[in-house]
Write a protein that binds this ligand. Structure first.
Ligand SMILES: [Fe+2]
Ligand SMILES: [Fe+2]
Length: 135
């Protein structure tokens, strides 16, 4: 069973971003599976890094398109991305220093982080960009 199941509620109405969100969900699931299977620190660290790299790529993709179409909520969205990036980098830093382990709490944080951001913040650009004819 997956840790997070992507479902239509999480759709922002744009295929390319739905695909990117599915990929993010799948990396969090991979992290969960690796933790559950008792994988070593190195493997967990690699999956954690993969999540961070993909998050950066994804945020940048969203920011570029919001900027291009002059989305009115661009600035707030950018601030939220910066805040989330900072939080996840801090977690990774603690993890690398051995101060924390990948635990259910960290996974819960990531799950909450992802679903909240998609449900509340990303959906706003979804309807805006759809009104500009994107799909
Ligand atoms: Fe997103
Ligand atoms: Fe976003």
């Amino acid at each position: 069973m997956s840790y997070i199941d992507w479902n239509e509620n999480l759709s922002v109405g744009l295929n390319s971003f739905d695909e990117q969100h599915k990929k993010l969900v799948s990396i969090v699931n991979k992290l969960y599976d690796a933790m559950k299977e008792g994988k070593g620190k190195e493997i967990l660290g690699q999956v954690f890094s993969e999540l961070i790299e993909y998050t950066k790529f994804h945020f940048k993709s969203e920011e570029e398109i919001m900027f291009k179409y002059d989305f009115p909520g661009y600035k707030e969205h950018l601030e939220e991305h910066n805040k989330l990036t900072k939080e996840v980098l801090e977690l990774k830093d603690k993890y690398d220093k051995g101060n924390i382990f990948i635990t259910v709490e960290i996974l819960a944080f990531l799950k909450d982080w992802l679903s909240h951001h998609i449900l509340e913040t990303d959906k706003k650009y979804g309807s805006f960009l759809k009104s500009k004819g994107l799909n």
